[in-house]
Design a protein around this ligand. Structure first.
Ligand code: HEC
Ligand code: HEC
Length: 322
């Protein structure tokens, strides 16, 4: 390798240059490798995103236990039967999700979302306690309420407990905060002007005005009809059928006057007092075969007259009339 005498020798310089380039490459490689171990690099971290005291890791377990991914996609994984859930939390907000998940067989009405906002923690997460401000802040929730509120959905009712619902919301909150570089892309339909996306006239009529109508507003209707309307607007029918079918809660058909068996094995006669208590404080007596903390307590949400007309409606659905 030595240079012949009398000639200019470039071997040494070339070798030094090659080693310098190699060394620089090596340094870049090591630096990037080290950087790939640094936590999250500005991304959301599941264990640090929390909702109602639960973190997204717990929510992911619930998501897997119910195999939500068998029907939904999230962050690029899953099946295409149901809509993509990646960015949903940011679009519809926590109160809409809390109203939808436990009674997914039907779409939440504005009354059902307003009910959730009465919970201080949910109102804090939503950034507002007023239903009008909420629907303005989350236009996608407003659109769902207007187009489909109170109507049956294609998603099955899943037996989610209160805790599981909150954990799922934590997971959806995390998924929504992941920086996905604009994924999933917007569907190429022109929003509400797409023919299939027209608001349903019936849904619009029943949600017009947003809030739950005050008792006795529809003066012409009988008390039972008023109760039926109120039960629809408040979102009871997402969980209860007017027949004997079990949805999330027991059906109301033929209920009045029967003996109801409770989860502690005792029985109770279904009368006005029991129905009233079941609406205002549902966990006071839990029906056998059902779990507590699923039905919201309507104490303070419905006034005495409203509860009375719903009770009259349930009574009109059959059972023994005294
Ligand atoms: C058997 C299939 C199936 C399973 C399992 C399922 N879903 Fe759904 N889900 C659907 C369908 C279908 C829809 C759309 C319903 C419609 O348009 O009427 C839906 C709608 C939703 C929506 C509303 C989406 C929107 O854009 O408004 C949410 C939120 C949701 N599902 C969450 C979940 C979660 C969380 C789980 C697991 C705990 C789950 N789903 C399990 C089928 C399913
Ligand atoms: C998220 C689902 C859900 C919603 C919304 C809901 N309920 Fe319930 N309801 C249940 C469940 C579950 C039970 C059974 C457990 C219990 O007794 O608390 C139940 C029980 C009842 C019972 C006792 C039924 C019986 O067979 O003894 C009555 C009455 C009732 N609900 C009325 C209402 C009314 C009125 C509304 C609306 C203002 C309403 N519920 C909204 C889930 C719901």
């Amino acid at each position: 390798m030595s240079c012949p005498p009398g000639q200019r020798c470039e071997e040494g310089a070339k070798r030094r240059r090659a080693l310098l380039v190699l060394g620089t490459m090596g340094a870049i490689f090591l630096a990037l490798s080290a950087a790939s171990f640094v936590d999250s690099r500005g991304q959301a971290i599941p264990s640090q995103v929390s909702y109602a005291g639960y973190d997204a890791v717990e929510g992911k377990r619930v998501f897997q236990a119910y195999n939500c991914m068998g029907c939904h996609t999230i962050v690029g994984n899953g099946a295409y039967f149901g809509p993509d859930l990646t960015k949903l939390y940011g679009k519809v907000g926590p109160a809409w999700l809390e109203a939808f998940l436990p009674s997914a067989g039907a779409w939440p009405t504005s009354g059902a979302v307003a009910m959730q906002l009465r919970d201080g923690a949910i109102a804090d997460e939503s950034g507002t306690a007023s239903i009008d401000a909420y629907l303005e802040k989350y236009p996608d929730a407003a659109e769902r309420v207007a187009r489909r509120g109170g109507h049956a959905s294609l998603m099955p009712n899943l037996p989610l407990t209160r805790v599981e619902t909150q954990q799922l919301v934590a997971f959806l909150k995390y998924a929504s905060s992941i920086h996905t570089e604009g994924w999933p892309p917007k569907p190429k339909v022109d929003g509400l002007s797409f023919p299939q996306a027209r608001p349903m006239p019936a849904a619009l009529a029943s949600t017009a005005g947003g809030a739950i109508p005050a008792g006795g507003q529809a003066a012409a209707a009988s008390p039972a009809e008023q109760g039926a309307q109120l039960a629809r607007d408040t979102g009871c029918m997402a969980c209860h059928s007017a027949g004997t079918e079990r949805l999330v809660g027991p059906g109301w058909g033929g209920l009045y006057g029967t003996e109801e068996t409770l989860d502690d094995g005792s029985t109770i006669r279904v009368d006005e007092a029991y129905l009233t208590e079941s609406i205002l404080d549902p966990d006071a007596k839990v029906v056998k075969g059902y779990v507590p903390h699923v039905m919201p307590a309507y104490e303070g949400m419905l006034d005495a007259g409203q509860v009375e007309s719903i009770v009259t409606y349930i009574r009109s659905l059959g059972g023994d009339h005294p």
